[in-house]
Design a protein around this ligand. Structure first.
Ligand code: SF4
Length: 388
């Protein structure tokens, strides 16, 4: 096999942070005590601190965020706060890495629990990508070598849900980062610069976005990093306009078209909106698809009394129902709700620990992207920010 499953995740290979367990004294505190101590630590740190919270974060943590948003929106907040010495990112590892790359030298980015990773991001390993890249070039150019004046034949595009090492790989090879908010604009940019796109790690976001842009399914190919030459023939690679890495989100792939049929049967007239990390047939069964920010916008701008079924992580769905759009009825497509268990690892206990550490002059769980990856990761992220 050319692409063996990695023993270490891309994060563990690249990240310079040392894992520190939560001290015992932060376990078993009452909610009231944690709330009061977090608020006190925030007040003591003042403008030296900015807390960013992803939409999927649990309620008892996100209530302390200064800014909430999806990965794209939060990445903009980093540059808007050059005064903040500490950026505490209540999200998952790849988000904190991007924040570190976009931050200034005097800023430190902290992830309250280093175990908060992303299973999708772990599906793209830098060594597998290197192998795939070389094999793709060999398959594409075996019969027609690249001419010096031709466009680059493959542009690598990585979803922001990937390790810094993957982003750096793409940046160095003329590629770019995208988010679910700007995936279509990024693909349009990539096709303007090359003939084909290698899209990773989420095959579903790539497929759903390209299809919505008019690319038929038979002009897409799926590259399996654990199979010889991705499990594809040279002809299949040559025919494809987009080559999709075989990765997925374990949360969003739990939604099914059958669940949508059921929810429509139970609530006639309901509008169904899903995140584009869901499988293609689920997007086809829904009324519309878009990023978390898009979902929030659509639901909150709908007339009071509207009824929505939403296909994304359960914390955002519940927050839409209870706080953001209370005059609408909002429910999950999955009757049991889909939880991002790694995002859930960031607890108020971890937040309290890192904040009180900062008050005492100790930095726990700092995320530092290695210098050799930082430059090209920033190139790829800056390209993304300039496209949108
Ligand atoms: S919801 Fe999916 S893609 Fe997002 S952080 Fe969780 S596992 Fe990763």
């Amino acid at each position: 096999m050319s692409g063996a499953i990695p023993l270490l995740t891309a994060y563990e290979k690249g990240c310079l942070a040392e894992r520190q367990p939560l001290p015992d004294r932060y376990i078993g505190l009452s909610d009231e005590e944690m709330d009061a101590r977090i608020a006190a630590a925030k007040a003591a740190l003042g403008r030296r601190l900015v807390i960013l919270g992803h939409h999927y974060q649990r309620d008892d943590v996100i209530k302390f965020a200064d800014y909430t948003g999806d990965s794209y929106k939060l990445s903009h907040q980093v540059a808007k706060h050059p005064d903040a010495e500490f950026i505490v990112f209540c999200g998952v590892h790849f988000m904190a890495e991007s924040a570190d790359v976009l931050s200034a030298d005097h800023q430190q980015v902290i992830l309250p629990d280093l175990a908060a990773g992303c299973s999708m991001a772990d599906m793209a390993d830098p060594e597998q990508l290197e192998i795939a890249w070389n094999e793709l070039q060999a398959m594409l150019h075996a019969e027609s070598p690249v001419r010096a004046d031709s466009k680059a034949s493959v542009i690598p595009v990585t979803y922001i849900n990937s390790a810094a090492s993957i982003k750096a790989f793409c940046g160095e090879r003329g590629g770019v980062v995208c988010t679910s908010s700007n995936a279509a604009a990024t693909l349009a940019w990539a096709w303007a610069h090359g003939e084909k796109v290698l899209f990773l790690p989420d095959q579903h976001l790539g497929r759903n976005t390209a299809y919505a842009m008019g690319v038929p399914l038979d002009e897409m190919a799926v590259w399996d990093p654990n199979d010889v030459r991705g499990g594809l023939t040279a002809d299949e690679v040559r025919r494809a306009r987009i080559i999709l890495w075989k990765g997925h989100c374990s949360v969003h792939t739990r939604f099914t078209a059958r669940q949508i049929q059921q929810v429509r049967a139970q609530h006639p007239g309901i509008r169904v909106i899903v995140h584009p990390e869901v499988p293609w047939d689920v997007v086809q069964a829904a009324d519309e698809a878009g990023s978390t920010e898009y979902i929030i916008r659509q639901v909150t701008s709908s007339p009071p009394g509207s009824v929505w079924a939403v296909g994304t992580e359960i914390h955002l769905v519940n927050r839409l129902a209870d706080e953001v759009a209370p005059e609408r009825t909002v429910l999950s497509i999955d009757p049991f709700g889909c939880l991002c268990s790694t995002m859930f690892r960031v607890s108020p206990n971890h937040l309290l620990w890192v904040l009180e550490g900062l008050v005492d002059g100790e930095v726990h769980n700092r995320i530092v992207v290695p210098p050799d990856q930082k430059h090209w990761t920033k190139v790829a992220l800056d390209r993304m920010l300039s496209i949108s």
